[in-house]
Design a binder for this molecule. Structure first.
Ligand SMILES: [Zn+2]
Length: 390
């Protein structure tokens, strides 16, 4: 395909009008943690909600409390045995009982990455419920956008927990869009990690485009350039230090043209925040402008859009990115400097343990990062050319 003839806005434009965007949140994210040693001990969605409210961006009419998906709804994609085990694991944990040893190997439950904790069913089931609700709501409408920052658990497998993900709310959301009558779907994932669970789920489905841009050589060590599925899977592993200019190139040559050509009735954009420079678990170097650029490029390419969260382990950069995404979806003007109430929200956040440094002051006083441009490296150009030739 000749991507050179296509002109997509892969830098932030903010050009679309305010609309009836919906934010799906829940208080469960405020009161639960994966445990004091886990990267997900930090607050994320609750800080987004607080920051958006401090900015006056989250009026009651735009906010929906996420429903919690029932086991029967989870069985639409997950194995029944696994759903039952996860449900039971929460009850056992709340009763102070250890999980059966065999569940660690069989279901991935009770491991370092997917520990037992008192909300281990209800918290992921809330993310899944939000995604299913978003899918069913949008499918009934001719158009719309919904932000589900608690969604984006792209590593979850049909029959086991993996990579901090107990359920795969993305697969459940795409399945719900399909069941509600939409056929052509596009999934774009710009988390630092490969969307292995989603690729496994839809690699055989030519109607679901699956694009994942992720750091090479990083867990789960899947997502190679050569994966094709049935022609619908496009993986771009990128080297350390991946910068804003490189993301613009990736968006213009891979993401936007492929999504445009697919003719999607709905897009799901997984906006994991771990590809940001400040993230402690990955080595990519994006500013949050890169994510907004992809969002702006995708927005006109389908009538319906769901934006999820995903990874992201620096509580300041996560909150700023996902709040900025909500601001963009709901047509807000981005402030140069945060007003005092909003700054206070970010000043009140911490690592909740560990010996990590405090953030640079700008992570508390601004919402939008300075741009992080750089050279577009040959390795990225070469890989894009290979993907264009498919
Ligand atoms: Zn990730």
């Amino acid at each position: 395909m000749d991507a050179g003839q296509l002109a997509f806005a892969c830098a932030p434009t903010g050009a679309w009008a305010a609309e009836e965007a919906i934010f799906v949140g829940s208080e469960i994210y405020r009161g639960s943690s994966y445990g004091g040693l886990h990267p997900l001990r930090v607050p994320r969605v609750s800080t987004v909600m607080d920051l958006a409210r401090a900015l006056g961006w989250l009026p009651a009419a735009r906010y929906r409390t996420s429903p919690r998906a029932k086991p029967a709804a989870l069985r639409q994609w997950h194995d029944p045995d696994y759903v039952d085990a996860l449900h039971e694991a929460e009850a056992m944990t709340r009763a102070g009982q250890p999980l059966p040893e065999a569940w660690r190997t069989r279901f991935g439950l009770g491991t370092l990455s997917n520990p037992a904790f008192p909300e281990m069913f209800r918290r992921p089931a809330t993310g899944a419920g939000g995604m299913i609700w978003a899918a069913e709501t949008l499918a009934l409408r001719a158009s719309g956008t919904i932000h589900v920052p608690g969604g984006g658990t792209h590593h979850g497998l049909r029959g086991r927990a993996s990579g901090f993900c107990y359920l795969n709310d993305v697969a459940l959301g795409l399945t719900a869009l399909r069941r509600a009558g939409l056929r052509r779907l596009a999934y774009v994932d710009i988390d630092a990690h490969h969307a292995d669970g989603v690729e496994l789920a839809f690699a055989d489905d030519p109607d679901v485009l699956v694009i994942s841009v992720h750091e090479e050589g990083r867990w789960p060590f899947t997502g190679g350039l050569s994966d094709q599925g049935v022609g619908n899977v496009f993986n771009l592993p990128v080297p350390r230090g991946f910068n804003d200019s490189e993301m613009v190139e990736v968006c213009e040559r891979l993401i936007a043209p492929r999504v445009a050509a697919h003719g999607a009735e709905a897009i799901v954009l997984q906006c994991g925040a771990d590809a940001l420079e400040e993230d402690p678990l990955a080595r990519l170097s994006l500013s949050n402008r890169a994510h907004l650029g992809v969002l702006d490029a995708l927005r006109p390419l389908a009538p319906r859009l769901i934006v999820t969260g995903g990874g992201g382990y620096n509580p300041w950069s996560v909150a700023r990115l996902w709040t900025a995404i909500w601001g963009r979806l709901s047509g807000r003007e981005m402030p140069d400097r945060l007003p005092p109430d909003a700054e206070a929200v970010l000043r009140g956040v911490g690592w909740n343990g560990g010996a990590r440094p405090l953030p640079a002051d700008t992570l508390c006083t601004t919402l939008i990062d300075e741009p992080r441009p750089g050279p577009v490296r040959d390795v990225i150009r070469t890989r894009l050319t290979l993907l264009e030739r498919r």
